[in-house]
Design a protein around this ligand. Structure first.
Ligand SMILES: Nc1ncnc2c1ncn2[C@@H]1O[C@H](COP(=O)(O)OP(=O)(O)O)[C@@H](O)[C@H]1O
Ligand SMILES: [Mg+2]
Length: 350
């Protein structure tokens, strides 16, 4: 069988550059070299695209872009090229691709932008498409669609523009404290504040508007956070449910990537019936948001055992320690099998 050439895109101009490097390292390392010719394609923090041919450990320690193994390279939107244009001194060479795996988080990576470029180029892309990626980045749009599909979401109001103190008080008068104030489009807990009383509202809203032009203010859900890994296009594979045990206010950036003060339980400490309800809800949400390939669906389980939707991560953290692969390991898939299956799912459609 002919090897497939697959570009793994990593880095990117997002706050989540670092975690992307760690995920890409694990994915590149685990892909079967007899089956795939992997082309690491890095995007630096300042937005330069470089094809990287060096040791993959230098991706993990973020010294890859300073090495001699980089050449300027871009994915061409030209369908005839169907791949990467690499600058080699004063020559440009083409490198056709069978698929691309964007291991990018946040803006321009997880929001439909890169998916759009790959779609114009006609290159099969691992994971969710343009619409689904964009919807899942927008906490307001995602909540509306998930609600329409019959899954509960936190009571919330959305601000389309910064508001005066009195407007803020007015708009939030029906919500019960504590509240979460968040940018509508962001990730990794950036710009999010949990507030206990109205005196903190204006400052929290200001912070959220630093990250996006819209803010969402939600009632805090009293319960704990559960996640579910979903994989597939038409037929879905649903992983085990996991649970985040928090030792303070919420799951912030430091917790997510260091597990400093929070603990992940996989499987979650819940009964079998609750676990199957969560898995069913995850599948409903995945369909409602038009997901394909893979996604991690994050929900809350209230003290009354009710499931409330939080968000979908269309390119979740993907290191050997990450929640997404661990939940699928819970049903017997290895990390390498998951990565392999994702490329198959992307290419079977083309
Ligand atoms: N309505 C809510 N109720 C309780 N906790 C919340 C709520 N919204 C957010 N959180 C907490 O804040 C964290 C980050 O919020 P989330 O909406 O997942 O944003 P991000 O996209 O940055 O991950 C969540 O993991 C959770 O700990
Ligand atoms: Mg989250």
């Amino acid at each position: 069988m002919k090897r497939k050439t697959v570009a793994v895109l990593f880095g990117g101009q997002s706050e989540e550059y670092e975690i992307s490097l760690q995920s890409a390292h694990s994915i590149i390392e685990s892909l079967d070299s007899e089956k795939y010719l992997v082309i690491p394609l890095g995007i630096t923090r300042d937005g330069r695209w470089l094809k990287y041919d060096g040791d993959i450990d230098r991706i993990r320690d973020d010294s890859w872009s300073e090495s001699d193994f980089c050449a300027p390279a871009v994915i061409s939107p030209d369908r005839y090229t169907h791949g990467i244009l690499v600058s080699d001194g004063d020559r440009t060479t083409t490198l056709p691709l069978d698929a691309a795996f964007p291991v990018l988080h946040g803006k321009n990576g997880e929001d439909g932008s890169v998916q759009g470029l790959l779609s114009i180029a006609g290159i099969p892309c691992v994971g969710c498409g343009i619409l689904s990626s964009a919807l899942c980045m927008d906490k307001d749009a995602a909540h509306k669609l998930v609600r329409a599909a019959g899954v509960k979401t936190p009571d919330a109001v959305v601000l389309d523009a910064p508001a005066s103190d009195s407007e803020l008080a007015d708009r939030t008068s029906s919500l019960r404290y504590p509240l979460f104030v968040k940018p509508v489009n962001a990730g990794s807990s950036f710009g999010i504040t949990k507030i206990e009383n109205p005196s903190e509202l204006a400052e929290a809203a200001r912070l959220a508007f630093r990250y996006d032009r819209k803010a969402i203010i939600e009632e805090a859900i009293d319960g704990f956070e559960v996640g579910c890994a979903v994989l597939g296009n038409e037929t879905l594979t649903v992983g085990e449910v996991d649970e985040i045990e928090l030792s303070h206010g919420f799951f912030d950036y430091a917790d997510k990537y260091t597990n400093r003060t929070s603990k992940i339980h996989m499987p979650a400490r819940i009964d079998a019936d609750t676990a199957s309800r969560i898995k069913r809800a995850a599948a409903v949400i995945y369909r409602a948001l038009d997901c394909r390939g893979f996604a991690r669906v994050d929900m809350f389980l209230t003290s009354g055992n009710e499931i409330v939707f939080n968000e979908v991560n269309t390119i979740p953290g993907f290191t050997y320690q990450s929640r997404y692969p661990n939940m699928l390991k819970g049903i017997g898939m290895t990390f390498a099998q998951i990565a392999d299956r994702l490329i198959e799912l992307a290419t079977e459609e083309s």
